[in-house]
Design a protein around this ligand. Structure first.
Ligand SMILES: [Zn+2]
Length: 238
């Protein structure tokens, strides 16, 4: 059932936490209720479900993969193709869970196609056009976020390949991890020489709090690209 809509996502997430941990009197004791926050036109909606007596409750899905017909640009009304897209598991208008997805068949211009249908318990119906638009928005958002989750990798065959791979893992966990912390991890992993190179480079930095590990990784990759891409005329002196 819907509880409330909050203008700020953080407030909604806070309420969800309090429901789950039994911090709110109405939802005591802990474990009797489950809650989630969902995107809503006015901010974030909190929905709660009663857990007692519910055996084998399915976990709440984050998203749904559905097949929907694409009728092309508005007005043309010709079936372009059946698209498989990913959309939110919740209704964009109220945050309630979208209905169970069922496969259906339909005939168009003499050909049989199959796509998905679902009925939302909240009563809001999803038009295929809106679903396609939602999926497109979602993809655009993921593309914008992609550089942030992109994991830094070393130059294959490069002298620092392993070191950069390790730093990439550290940076993926914490983007603000410092070069010196990365050097310590490398040293502990047995890469003493690489750790020394990193420290020497990072010591020249005037950045407050110390140079970032990701800057060092870029530097190491540059050196490896230099060595693998261009004839090394420096006699291999590093
Ligand atoms: Zn709804």
């Amino acid at each position: 059932v819907p509880v409330s809509v909050y203008p700020a996502r953080q407030s909604a997430d806070g309420i969800v936490q309090q429901v789950r941990t039994g911090k709110l009197k109405a939802y005591c004791p802990a474990g009797f209720y489950d809650a989630y926050a969902a995107i809503h036109p006015d901010g974030a909606a909190v929905w709660v479900r009663y857990m007692v007596g519910a055996v084998e409750l399915e976990p709440l899905p984050d998203n749904l993969t559905v097949r929907v017909p694409d009728y092309g640009p508005e007005g043309r009304d010709e079936l372009v193709e059946i698209r498989t897209v990913v959309i939110s598991a919740t209704c964009p208008r109220c945050g309630g869970l979208r209905g169970k997805v069922n496969s259906t068949r339909f005939v168009r211009d003499g050909a049989t196609h199959s796509c998905d249908t679902w009925h939302n318990a909240c009563g809001h119906q999803d038009a295929y056009v809106t679903v396609l638009a939602e999926a497109q928005e979602r993809e655009a958002l993921l593309k914008r976020l992609l550089p942030r989750v992109y994991r830094m990798r070393g130059v294959p065959g490069g002298l620092f390949a392993t070191a950069v791979d390790l730093i990439g893992d550290l940076v993926a966990d914490d983007r603000m991890v410092r070069a010196h912390a990365a050097a310590d991890v490398l040293e502990q992993a047995g890469h003493v020489w690489e750790a020394e190179v990193i420290r020497a480079y990072a010591n020249g930095s005037t950045v407050r709090g110390g140079m970032l590990a990701r800057s060092v990784a870029v530097y190491l990759n540059d050196r490896d690209t230099d060595r693998t891409g261009i004839q090394d005329t420096r006699g291999g002196a590093l």
